[in-house]
Design a protein around this ligand. Structure first.
Ligand code: 5GP
Length: 208
């Protein structure tokens, strides 16, 4: 039987480069599956249904909540965002490490519900760099950028709820760092129950 995958939550200020970091992780390693969230936010230019998000109306989203289809959901700067349950469960079961790229309220809910989730916070090297990245993206109005920067101040207060804090300065180095964290997490004795059981049984057979 496959060893169950790890549920990895990645959060970070809007503009921290999480999306690019996740793409780099998926490109380099085969053990990751990225969960695609549902949202009521409008698609940005270049975003595709089912690739970046499942784009929903408010009514559709509220129906997903009512039907218990989401692991968690949160309201972020005026829109709903949530994680569909079925895909995550299926991938974990198959031994894939599943990444949820979600904000801090959602991260807390997932950890509450599944305490062995690994929470990782990604930050750019500094606040100036964050503003520069948000502005450079060119997809949001100055008002939205300002709201996201305000939100970053609140989010910064919650970073201690996370298990790991990584700086995304050099993309490749950061992807490698995150991958090593996940590898180490796999070696926790708590996650190795079956292996430990097998080894104990084999040892017992020797001593008979
Ligand atoms: P964006 O609009 O920039 O794509 O995402 C805004 C914020 O929502 C980001 O911090 C992103 O990580 C978060 N987010 C995306 N999907 C989900 C989700 O399924 N649940 C929660 N709680 N947050 C999400």
């Amino acid at each position: 039987m496959e060893k169950r995958g790890i549920l990895l939550v990645v959060s970070g200020f809007s503009g921290a480069g999480k999306g690019t970091l996740m793409k780099e992780l998926l490109r380099r390693y085969e053990n990751y599956a990225l969960s695609v969230s549902a949202t009521t936010r409008k698609p940005r230019e270049g975003e595709e249904e089912g690739r970046e998000y499942f784009f929903k109306t408010r009514e559709e989203f509220e129906q997903m909540i009512a039907e218990g289809q989401l692991i968690e959901y949160a309201c972020y700067v005026g829109n709903y965002y949530g994680t569909p349950k079925a895909y995550v469960e299926q991938q974990l079961e198959q031994g894939q490490d599943v990444i949820l790229e979600i904000e801090i309220q959602g991260a807390r809910k997932v950890k509450e519900r599944f305490p062995d989730t690994v929470l990782l916070f990604v930050s750019p090297p500094g606040a100036e760099e964050l503003k520069r990245r948000l502005t450079k993206r060119g997809t949001e109005s100055p008002e939205v950028i300002e709201n996201r920067l305000k939100r970053a101040v609140e989010e910064a207060e919650g970073i201690e709820d996370y298990d790991y804090f990584v700086i995304n300065d050099d993309l490749e180095a950061c992807a490698e760092h995150v991958h090593q964290i996940v590898r180490c997490e796999h070696s926790r004795t708590l996650r190795c129950g079956e292996l430990l059981h097998d080894i104990r049984e084999e040892l017992k057979a020797f001593s008979k």
